[in-house]
Design a protein around this ligand. Structure first.
Ligand code: GDP
Length: 312
């Protein structure tokens, strides 16, 4: 690897992009480019092309996306579809046109059918209907995968795609209306403990199963793929284990030290019954995650509390 090659991390203020930026800097990459939304709005094709023409990044990590939990995806399908299509079309096309030698596109485990075989192999893509609560986001991500694979097939470009499972960690979104389950429950349980409340509301039945990967592990996997992977076949990134939402809630209660009761709000959707990725393609290359779920939750909780103390 040439550590002086320019790498553009699109979405460096997000959960995934932030962790990837830290990982690249820690590993010694000396020419990492970032732009805030105010500097380059990635939904603006002209602004994106102007930036790529000026900087000509050699490697592009596309971690910018409009993301959210089950409620936000369900309520705002237009925004999830349109914004993501714009961002990825602009960045992938500009990367191709202005000489990037490699691009890593981040997808999501929700691209797979609602009732995919478990654990989900990469081959399950487009083998059945999607989960309706996030099908708009999933369709956008599938279009991004196809665009990268098409650039590889038609123009021989080294544009690769990684599919991360549900992510969590420092830098996550803790807004209860738009966040994913893990940060939402961490916040709710913390607030219940602080206020002396006796109960915490968990959406749905508690029965769905989800896999949770610490974002620093995702970042390590992304660096590994940038350095060692050049196949147009997309590749799953997960930790290989899942838990029920009830088990997750109980684990969070233990970490936070909350002894009250969990109330399940059945008026909220469960979403996909299970989402566990088959990560054998990645593990066969020698990559392994490092963070156990309990330890990752404790570390994220420490970050959350520190942020709360700082008032930011
Ligand atoms: P998903 O993986 O795309 O379904 O996204 P989420 O992370 O938002 O939700 C995962 C599961 O957790 C779903 O079954 C939700 O109903 C459930 N869940 C339980 N409590 C909450 C909560 O407070 N917020 C969110 N976002 N999900 C919750």
């Amino acid at each position: 690897m040439n550590f002086q090659e320019s790498i553009f991390v699109a979405g460096h203020r997000g959960l995934a992009g932030g962790a990837i930026l830290r990982e690249l800097q820690r590993a010694g990459y000396g020419n990492v480019l970032t732009r805030t939304r105010g500097e380059v709005d990635l939904t603006d094709r002209v602004a994106v092309r102007r930036f790529f023409e000026a900087e000509k990044p050699r490697i592009v990590v596309l971690a910018a996306a409009k993301v959210g939990g089950i409620q936000a995806n369900n309520d705002f399908p237009v925004e999830f579809l349109l914004e993501n299509l714009k961002i990825q079309n602009n960045v992938i096309e500009a990367a191709a046109d202005f000489g990037a030698r490699k691009l890593l596109f981040l997808g999501s485990s929700c691209i797979y059918p609602k009732l995919a075989p478990q654990p989900i192999p990469e081959s399950a893509l487009l083998s059945g209907p999607l989960e309706p609560t996030n099908d708009a986001y999933a369709i956008a991500k599938i279009a991004g995968i196809k665009l990268c694979q098409s650039y590889a097939r038609e123009y021989g470009r080294d544009f690769i795609c990684a599919m991360p499972t549900n992510l969590y960690g420092p830098g996550d979104n803790f807004d209860l209306a738009s966040s994913h389950v893990l940060p939402a429950l961490l916040r709710k349980v913390h607030e219940a403990k602080s206020s002396g409340a006796k109960t915490v509301v968990v959406w749905g039945t508690g029965a769905p199963r989800r896999e949770f990967l610490h974002v620093d592990d995702l970042a390590g996997a992304c660096r590994f793929l940038i350095e060692h992977y050049d196949s147009p076949e997309m590749i799953n990134v997960g930790c290989g284990e899942d838990v029920t939402i009830r088990e997750l809630a109980e684990l969070i209660c233990e970490v936070v030290g909350f002894t009250g009761e969990l109330i399940f709000d059945m008026s909220k959707p469960d979403g996909t019954p299970r989402k566990l990725l088959d990560t054998s393609r990645l593990t066969a290359l020698g990559w392994r995650p490092r963070t156990a779920l309990r330890e990752g939750i404790a570390q994220t909780y420490a970050w959350y509390r520190e942020r709360e103390t700082r008032g930011t």
